[in-house]
Design a protein around this ligand. Structure first.
Ligand SMILES: [Zn+2]
Length: 346
């Protein structure tokens, strides 16, 4: 915290940004009055959050379902080795780091899985949404909710050395379903599990996304609309003009199929991790101290910030206050469901 010196330092804080004619004093003031959602704060979401915190966006809501793992650190800039050792919730570690970078910015962390049940409240009151997720299921959900509520959002994805970015302006430009009408089926596309990810590609994609946010929040109209495809390894950059699909089920026909499917996956294997997330079928708020007392009899329990870490003879799981658990060291969804039922309940 800057405390007493804060007022004295404040005028210079954004000087190099305010003297950019593209932003200026009026743009800086617009950023200060803005609220954004960063959906997922791992690799691309974490860097977006850092850039936009430094840029002085007034309020940043971050939502993420995961905790920090050592295998995240090569590309997820907000986290360190201690966060991974402590198995801190990503939003908790992120909020602490972001507040230390810029105490003027209000950081609102949500340790949740983004689902059809909570996406509309997560985007409520925000001026812009950034995709920091690693899966198409959530992106189609963001697309539905943002088109329905007229919120501009920016898609971004990175795999191996390549990345893609597209700005989605509801009713003005193409939406995600104009680009790809249906999500790719599971197993049909490479994931960071199978193909890896270059951290500089993360940097490029999140920088394009954060720039799209700064421009939109400053009220700047895009120079062109379409899909960026970039590969920093091979030095290639392509821009594809994308038109709205006149039959788009989402932005033309107003069918919000992903938002209206209130079913959410009961289990999901997590990208890049030998682990499975098990979610309760309805929203819960767990009494963590009661659960801790119960689990104490069955194994070792540690409280790490918001989360509980439970280690038994059958393995390790991390439990979230919303009732989700991540079962470690397995990709077997049936086994994960079984452990969840045994220790947390059905
Ligand atoms: Zn569309």
């Amino acid at each position: 915290m800057l405390g007493k010196d804060r007022a004295a330092n404040a005028p210079d804080r954004y000087l190099r940004q305010r003297i950019l004619p593209e932003i200026g004093d009026s743009g800086q003031e617009k950023l200060r009055k803005s609220t954004i959602l960063i959906a997922g704060c791992g690799a691309i979401g974490g860097l977006q959050a850092e850039l936009l915190t430094r840029a002085g966006v007034g309020k940043i809501r971050i939502a993420d379902r995961d905790f920090v793992d050592i295998s995240n650190l090569h590309r997820q800039v907000l986290f360190n080795e201690q966060d991974a050792a402590d198995r801190l919730a990503k939003v908790e570690a992120a909020a602490r780091k972001l507040r230390s970078i810029n105490s003027d910015v209000e950081i609102e962390p949500h340790a949740v899985d983004i689902t059809p049940r909570n996406i509309e409240s997560l985007i409520d009151g925000v001026d812009f949404v950034l995709d920091g997720t690693d899966n198409f299921e959530t992106r189609y959900l963001i697309n539905d909710a943002c088109i329905k509520h007229g919120k501009t959002w920016v898609y971004g994805g990175v795999i191996a050395t390549t990345g893609m970015v597209m700005l989605v302006e509801p009713r003005i430009g193409p939406c995600l379903r104009c680009l790809v009408p249906d999500p790719p089926s599971p197993g049909s596309i490479p994931t960071c599990d199978t193909s890896g990810v270059l951290n500089t590609a993360v940097g490029v994609v999140s920088s394009f996304q954060a720039t799209a946010a700064i421009r939109a929040l400053c009220g700047t109209v895009p120079d062109r609309r379409g899909l960026i495809h970039v590969d920093p390894w091979t030095l290639s950059f392509d821009f594809f003009k994308i038109e709205r699909d006149s039959n788009c089920p989402c932005c033309i026909q107003d069918k919000f199929e992903f938002l209206e499917s209130k079913r959410t996956s009961w289990t999901a294997a997590l990208c890049g991790r030998n682990s499975v997330q098990v979610s309760p079928p309805t929203d819960l708020l767990i009494d963590m101290s009661a659960l801790r007392a119960r689990l104490d009899k069955a194994g070792r329990v540690e409280k790490t910030g918001l989360l509980l870490r439970f280690i038994s003879e059958e393995g390790e799981m991390v439990i979230f206050p919303d009732g989700r658990a991540i079962i470690m060291e397995t990709t077997d969804e049936a086994k994960a469901r079984g452990l969840y039922a045994r220790y947390i309940g059905t």
